[in-house]
Structure formats: structure tokens, C-alpha cells
Design a protein around this ligand. Sequence first.
Ligand code: SAM
Length: 232
Amino acid sequence: MNIFYAPPSQINNGFAELLDQEAIHASKVMRAQEGDKLTIVDGEGGRYHGVVRRITKKSVQVEIEDEQHRSRPKPHFILAMGIIKKRDRLEFAVEKAIELGAAQICLFRSEHTIKENVRMDRLESLAISAMKQSLQAHLSTVEIYHSLEMMLDSIRADKILVAHEKVGGDKGNIDYESVSNAEKILLLVGPEGGFSETEIRDLTDKGGQLVSLGPNRLRAETAAVAFMSQFL
Ligand code: SAM
């Protein structure tokens, strides 16, 4: 099933309008024709089924026949990750975390961050394609913070879990019962160089629980995927 994205501002009076990349994708890549049926999501829980009525160079207009609206599934997962150097690995982690249900991605610079620049435009379009790919109707946000401290000051969560390879033990140690009542869960993964001791102390002082993802030392992007998968 092919899903297209149109934010609520492009859905009016029974019509949805695909613009820019979405219009190109529908008309040029998928070769949609007038009369074809399409599904559109608005990124805020709305899912629309309709018929293509008009295709121009810049837009595809779809008459809506049916719509459903759902609120975002709970709990709300926030994946926070130290910025990693290789762009493709960072993008892999963001894409997979969204497919696995992260509502919010927070990238932060930490003591062991090597790279500073992140292409937010690429991550934002990746968030749209990951939402569509995984047939979700809610668009995940991607945010960037200048430090771990700034991120922790602005995110409110009922539960903070910190993936830390030095916890030890052959098995994971997530206490699923304590997590099950939480509405907002913040999962943290360090960059390539891991968290510094000071950062680990600050995180535990703020109530963060250190979590093992098993005996193997995982690359940061693998840890992000493994961490999200614990809650499927
Ligand atoms: N500090 C190490 C180093 O550079 O030698 C490794 C850091 S690891 C590549 C990057 C991040 O992945 C860690 O900060 C942690 O959040 C997560 N991670 C990797 N393996 C893990 C494991 N077995 N359990 C929990 N977290 C893990």
C-alpha cells in the first residue's frame, strides 16, 4: 500500500492536496492517474482514503471519500541519542527508531560527540518517509540539543532509561512492570564514545535507570534499534 503525506493545512473542504515531493512521488514515481484511489496521512493521526481528481505540475488533488482519526498510541517513546559522526549511521538510527514507534527523536551533543553538524532537512524528510513506510499516521518530531543537560531540562518523562554498556550482566535488566504505567518514556543512547562518567552521574541523579542491552558492546545505532525493540 502506498501512503502519501499532506499536513492538515493541505486538507480542506473534502479535498487533500499533495504538494512538492509528495506530488512528484504520486504523479511521476507512482504514476497516479485521475480516478486512482490513494491513502493520505496528515501526521496528526488522520488517515484519508480518496480518489485523484486533478493532477497538475505542482500538485495532486484528492477528493476524500473516507477518513479516520486516532490519537497517538501510548506510551509516548522519546529516543534520545548522542550525535554520531557518520551521517548514514545516524540516519539509520533515526529511521529505524521511528519505524519502531518513537514519537520523538532528540539528538544531543555530549562530551564524547565528535561531529557537530546535522542535516535537519534530511532527518525531517526521513521522518516523513519512515512514518509512511511503517503505515503510521503520526509524524515523529526530530529535535537537536546543544547539550545533554539542555535536553534533560526541556524533556519531561515519567521514566528515564539509559542504555549503558558498563552495567554488565548477560541479560537485559529492564523492569517492564515499572515501565508499563508510564505515559512518556525517555530512552537514552550514547554516541560512539559512550557517555562520560559525569554524564552517567547526572543522568542517574535525575532518576535515570541504567539499562543493559546484553553482553555485547553494540554500535550506537544498533543500540538505538535494540533499545526500541525491547518495547515492541
Ligand atoms: N564507551 C564505549 C566505547 O566507545 O568504547 C562504547 C560506546 S557504544 C558504541 C555507544 C552507546 O551504545 C553506549 O553509550 C550505550 O548507550 C549503547 N550501548 C552499546 N552497547 C550496549 C550494551 N550492551 N548495553 C547497553 N547499552 C549499550
